[in-house]
Design a protein around this ligand. Structure first.
Ligand code: ADP
Length: 484
């Protein structure tokens, strides 16, 4: 049976929205209409929260061994359906099919990891200060978790949160991005196939017009104990504020403004490969994408030439469903216009266009891989996330200067640098004010390591050992009156 679904998944059932409304999902590569998806109402979301609360009452009592079996079953089914989900993802998101299938594998890795990690949610025995007492801590699941996910990794981000939540013993209500609900619904179909208890996982897509109302509802709803969000800093700030009223725990994975620093001693070939990967994966639409590329004066000319060469040789713009294309369209018109505006602003302030700087012949939502030099801090793209296939190159002289520039932002998600100087590698890694640092490596996100930012990039960690903690409460228990 196919995994394509268009209805809401609430309490283990597929259903239309309570007012029967739908919204359209289109293929960004050609504008074709893919599906009309049920548009959740407040009533639907309340039902989903209620279902999740009922499921939680039973699920919280499962043993870790039972949870491991559930998570690993989801892992296996995701891996089995890699091709099918990959295709759904490619069609609604536009990323190349190979990247889409890779993302399904990435999603499965979190079910693999947290399926094992739940067995290590240890508490503590604390040496007591008095003889008639024993002090211990235990970790317990928070309860119902609301999960709001973005369109750029429609199943990767969903899985990183959902796997940790289920491993911790929580139930979930997932609100996927309006551009990419079909992948999230395919995930719900996988959960159904895995035989998950009713209401443990609920998926309630909605249109952009309803998202603010439903977001407020999830923040206010007392049945929801935690909100986990990945998306823009602007929306994260709104949710943070709304969660304050309910004193609700919130976990925020927000935007980035990643520096990528190339020191004079950097190994050229490896660095160019890293720069291409950190910039052009998902057509530059990731929160860990390089936003500012700082190159030291001694290697500057060689590096820019090699990067331009690498871009020409390896980047192929076009529909992600066609083999060989690795630069898909931007997700929507809003995103395309933002990229165009940032490039226009940079050019108006003196940036040089080495390559690209416009739309390719196929038009639509495609944008040419672009290389800008003579970039300076007066330009908007110094502070704003580009989220598109545009490399902005800055020249610098000293390590001190580049650390200052790299940290000169409100954001603090990912930062990268390349060097062959052993001393410099530790020194700079410690100085960068970022939650994730890649030293001579640009693809650093993996289920085994904690992912999360500093400053306006948010707080909380996903993946790694710490990923479970966000979905758990630590309870201290004091046993008194003991006759020992
Ligand atoms: P982008 O601008 O990249 O689409 P957003 O932060 O707007 O990033 O979107 C990330 C997620 O947040 C999506 O699921 C989107 O529907 C959701 N979202 C957008 N606005 C709100 C809001 N006001 N309240 C709750 N969720 C929202």
């Amino acid at each position: 049976m196919s995994l394509t679904r268009t209805e809401l998944f609430v309490d283990g059932h597929w259903r239309k929205s309570s007012d029967g409304s739908t919204f359209e999902v289109v293929n960004p590569a050609n504008g074709a209409r893919l599906q009309a998806v049920s548009d959740a109402t407040a009533e639907d979301v309340r039902d989903a929260c209620q279902a999740a609360a009922s499921a939680f009452a039973a699920y919280r009592k499962t043993t870790v061994k039972e949870r491991t079996a559930i998570l690993h079953k989801i892992r296996d089914l995701l891996l089995e359906s890699k091709k099918e989900i990959g295709e759904i993802l490619c069609l609604e998101n536009g990323k190349p099919l190979a990247e889409a299938e890779g993302e399904v594998g990435f999603a499965a890795s979190f079910f693999d990891w947290f399926g094992a990690e739940c067995r290590r949610a240890y508490g503590q025995h604390i040496p007591p200060p008095a003889g008639d007492r024993q002090l211990v801590t235990v970790k317990q699941p928070c309860g119902v978790a609301a999960i709001i996910t973005p369109w750029n990794f429609p199943i990767g981000m969903l899985a990183r949160k959902t796997a940790a939540a289920l491993a911790a013993g929580c139930s979930v209500v997932i609100k996927p991005a309006e551009d990419t609900p079909l992948t999230a619904l395919a995930f719900a179909a996988v959960c159904e196939r895995a035989g998950l208890p009713r209401g443990l996982v609920n998926v309630v897509p909605c249109s952009r017009g309803r998202v603010a109302e439903l977001g407020r509802l999830l923040c206010a709803e007392p049945l929801v104990r935690l909100l986990s969000f990945t998306g823009s800093t602007a929306v994260g700030r709104l949710l943070y504020r709304d969660c304050a009223d309910a004193v609700k725990r919130i976990h925020l994975e927000l935007g980035g403004n990643a520096p990528f620093v190339v020191f004079d001693s950097a190994p050229l070939e490896l660095t160019v490969r890293g720069a291409l990967a950190a910039k052009f994966r998902n057509t530059g639409q990731t929160c860990v994408s390089t936003n500012r590329l700082f190159v030291q004066a001694g290697i500057y000319d060689r590096f820019v030439e090699a990067l331009a060469e690498g871009m020409k040789k390896t980047l192929q713009v076009g529909d992600g469903m066609v083999a060989g294309n690795n630069q898909g369209p931007l997700i929507n018109k809003r995103q395309l216009e933002k990229v165009q505006a940032l490039v226009a602003d940079a050019m108006a302030h003196g940036a040089q266009v080495v390559m690209g700087g416009r739309q390719p012949p196929q038009g639509g939502l495609f944008y040419e891989p672009t290389l800008l030099t003579s970039v300076s801090r007066q330009m908007r793209l110094y502070t704003e996330e580009i989220f598109g296939p545009v490399v902005a190159v800055y020249k610098f002289s000293t390590e001190e200067e580049v650390i200052q520039m790299a940290n000169d932002t409100n954001m603090g998600l990912a930062g990268y640098f390349y060097t062959s100087d052993y001393q410099q590698s530790w020194r700079v890694a410690m100085a960068l004010d970022y939650g994730l640092v890649g030293v001579n490596e640009a693809l650093i996100s993996t289920c085994e390591a904690p992912f999360g930012g500093f400053k306006h990039s948010g707080f909380g960690k996903e993946g790694g050992q710490q990923g479970l903690d966000d979905f758990m409460e630590t309870k201290y228990i004091c046993f008194g009156g003991l006759k020992l």
